[in-house]
Design a protein. Structure first.
Length: 583
């Protein structure tokens, strides 16, 4: 990378600039239709590649989205009151169009992915230009890099399901901020451009917190290219870095509290020490590098063991390799500037999820979405030195074609819960969570008999938790295997004596017409938690089966007083009132 040119034009060059204008206009005209064709081709191909999931159901983390709860208030201020207001605003817009039809949710995700790909093209062209690559060559290599970003199968998790919008919306805004910063002619950024970068940065943070690393990336870019391996550019861009420092500090303060209180990520995770996670990620980073080059064995749930010590699972070799590569990237930064810059950018972009902050999942493909442009910059280093003859161009085209086919096939896995978790079980047969999720997906599809073996295997792999035992019991109940269901529920009650489990036992007893036992369990559930609505729904069912419609109506009304959006209680109330009126 080399110094950026100033926007100030010397007076003596004005006549030369006038003479140069006609060729530039002609060149622009020659590029217009090929560019339009390339854009529409990219849109068509990307939508075709992701077509298997466009009408797919809510799945994976989608069920944890706030608006999936039946009692979620339909109020824009409530939607945007959390830590990711911009993300929730986009969901609110989708929800207004079609609350349950996932098609438009998926379309927005794919459009954001296309936008991110266009920004990758702009960024790669600019980086190549700073490295002295001719414009035509830079355009071609930039298009190839953007194509890899759009069509690589490792991107599927970040695009294919609704909850992944946090990933591609935040990365789209992050890349937009980086492109606005990078694609300028002046060495010193203007107030207007600095304001645009800050606004986009704020939007990225309001979509997902991992984009907090943008200031570090901008500092790195200024060091490498403004004017080149110098701190002068950082001093020149004080208009940006001064307000950004304050904003980043405020954002970090907001996120810091979350890092100590979250259950699945942050320093509040009790099962994993920060240094254990660091040792693990020294190995995990090479999984991401391998996935970029050889995307085989992809899964939504990797069976990747933690390294509790530096010596466990070869963590010491991963750390040594990282030190060697990082040292070489610094030592050869002038000879291989793109590879060097790309490597340090990769470490920066992976830092929020793959450094010292513990996360329950040590490997997740979606984490590569933010960092992939950095790896593409590394790939530009050898490509810019190769003669782009027909054979090389054919190889690049083949890479894109193969990537598209692999991504289409990967999207077939993401078309539904059962396909997704069957694939995960095949890749990690000894891991409990994929087994549990597959069993539940089969149960939800009313394939209860197929679900039972997976619950059993999951219970054999680890001592079963409360939630697994409850769901296992419901699968038995689905098959009218009452005694097996009650046995699992009793085991669950020993782990967590809740109103939920006792009300389910009451429900199972009621199906056997064992009314006294059912009422006893429901009374126990009410004692534990009088505000658990389903207790009264099940007791209303018992009263209705016993012929006491008036008592059933009272129970259902009590359930609705606690949980007005309870559709089961509402339907049962209508049935009970109908019987009461029929008398």
């Amino acid at each position: 990378m080399k110094a950026q040119k100033s926007e100030k034009k010397p007076r003596e060059k004005k006549p030369r600039e006038k003479k140069a204008r006609p060729p530039q206009v002609g060149q622009t005209n020659r590029l217009f239709w090929p560019t339009i064709l390339a854009v529409f081709t990219a849109i068509f191909v990307v939508f075709e590649v992701y077509s298997p999931v466009l009408r797919g159901p809510f799945l994976f983390d989608d069920d944890y989205l706030p608006f999936r709860r039946p009692d979620f208030p339909d109020d824009l201020r409530h939607w945007m009151g959390g830590v990711r207001p911009l993300l929730m605003f986009t969901y609110w817009v989708n929800f207004r169009i079609s609350p349950e039809d996932t098609f438009f949710y998926h379309v927005v995700n794919v459009l954001l992915h296309l936008g991110a790909g266009a920004l990758v093209f702009l960024i790669l062209r600019r980086v190549l230009a700073l490295a002295g690559v001719p414009e035509d060559r830079g355009r071609l290599l930039g298009a190839f890099g953007a194509g890899v970003f759009l069509l690589h199968p490792v991107q599927t998790e970040s695009v294919a399901y609704v909850a992944s919008r946090s990933e591609n919306l935040s990365v789209f805004l992050f890349l937009a901020a980086f492109a606005v910063f990078l694609c300028r002619r002046a060495e010193a950024i203007s107030w207007l451009r600095a304001g645009a970068v800050l606004l986009l940065f704020a939007g990225a943070l309001a979509s997902k917190e991992h984009t907090l690393v943008l200031p570090a990336l901008l500092l790195l870019a200024d060091y490498y290219s403004n004017p080149g391996f110098s701190l002068q550019g950082i001093r020149r861009n004080w208009r940006l870095y001064l307000p950004m420092a304050g904003g980043a500090a405020a954002g970090l303060a907001m996120i810091w509290s979350l890092l100590f209180h979250a259950d699945t990520a942050g320093f509040g995770v009790k099962e994993i020490a920060w240094y254990e996670y660091f040792f693990t990620e020294c190995r995990a980073l090479f999984v991401y590098l391998r996935l970029l080059v050889l995307p085989y064995g992809q899964t939504v749930d990797y069976d990747f063991p933690f390294s509790r010590t530096l010596w466990e699972h070869g963590a010491v070799f991963g750390l040594a390799a990282l030190v060697v590569i990082t040292g070489a990237a610094w030592f050869y930064r002038r000879r291989w500037p793109l590879a060097s810059f790309g490597w340090f950018a990769f470490l920066i972009l992976m830092a929020p999820t793959s450094s010292v902050m513990p996360i329950h999942d040590p490997v997740a493909e979606r984490r590569l979405y933010l960092a992939m442009p950095a790896l593409l910059i590394i790939a530009m280093e050898p490509l810019r030195r190769v003669e782009l003859n027909r054979r090389v161009l054919a190889v690049l085209a083949a890479v894109l074609a193969v990537s598209g086919v692999l991504t289409y096939n990967r999207n077939q896995v993401w078309r539904g819960q059962i396909a997704l978790w069957e694939d995960a079980v095949e890749k990690a047969p000894r891991k409990v969570r994929p087994r549990f999720q597959l069993a539940y997906a089969l149960f939800a599809a009313n394939r209860c008999e197929e679900a039972l073996p997976h619950y059993r295997i999951a219970a054999e792999l680890e001592p079963p938790r409360y939630d697994l035992l409850v769901d296992w019991a419901l699968a038995h109940d689905c098959l009218n295997q009452s005694e097996e269901a009650l046995e699992k529920l009793r085991r669950a009650a020993l782990l967590e004596d809740s109103a939920h489990v006792h009300s389910l036992m009451g429900m199972v007893y009621a199906k056997q017409s064992r009314w006294q036992e059912a009422l006893k369990e429901l009374a126990t559930a009410e004692t534990i938690d009088p505000n658990y609505a389903m207790t009264y729904v099940y007791r209303g069912g018992v009263r209705l089966a016993q012929g006491d419609a008036a008592a059933a109506v009272a129970e259902y009304r009590r359930a609705l007083a606690i949980e007005p959006q309870n559709s089961v209680a509402a339907q049962a109330l209508a049935t009970a009132q109908g019987r009461l009126q029929a008398r």
